[in-house]
Design a protein around this ligand. Structure first.
Ligand code: DQA
Length: 142
């Protein structure tokens, strides 16, 4: 069973990008952490990142077509703007769990709306890199 872990814009710069908010782990560090945690659960991680909204839409469709168990989605700023991502989440039966390193609700008002959250089955936020681990545990339990 595969869990897709889809990451949106600017997350390729994790580790360098505003480390006081997002921490010092890179996306590769997070991928390695997830793979270690997934192995004993019998889950395979398919970790991807794109700065392009449509790639994320295509990968959500692919997750369903490939029979993925779940998708962990950190859509970055598209979380707060993308009706296309919400529609994609609602267009597939694969469960999507929303993930954030920071807690957008404690930040600027423009981060308080989450289109992703309107379609996701669950969310994990504010735990830094650990948000991804907790989300994987939730995905495994689905
Ligand atoms: C983020 C939170 C978003 O508001 C922001 O645009 C990001 C990262 C997070 O993981 O904390 O790019 O999704």
């Amino acid at each position: 069973q595969t869990v897709y872990v889809l990451n949106g814009p600017n997350l390729n710069l994790l580790g360098l990008r505003e480390p006081e908010i997002y921490g010092s782990d890179t996306l590769d560090d997070i991928a390695a952490m997830l793979e270690d945690a997934a192995r004993p659960l019998g889950i395979e991680i398919d970790m991807r990142q794109s700065n392009h909204e449509g790639h994320l839409v295509d990968w959500l469709h692919e997750a369903q077509a490939e029979g993925a168990k779940a998708v962990l989605l950190n859509a970055g700023a598209y979380t707060h703007t993308s009706i296309a991502l919400l529609d994609a989440i609602r267009s597939i039966r694969t469960p999507v769990i929303e993930v954030h390193l920071s807690d957008p609700m404690t930040r600027e008002a423009f981060r308080h709306i989450s289109y992703v959250g309107m379609g996701a089955v669950d969310e994990v936020k504010g735990l830094g890199a650990k948000s991804y681990l907790v989300a994987l545990e939730k995905a495994a339990a689905l």
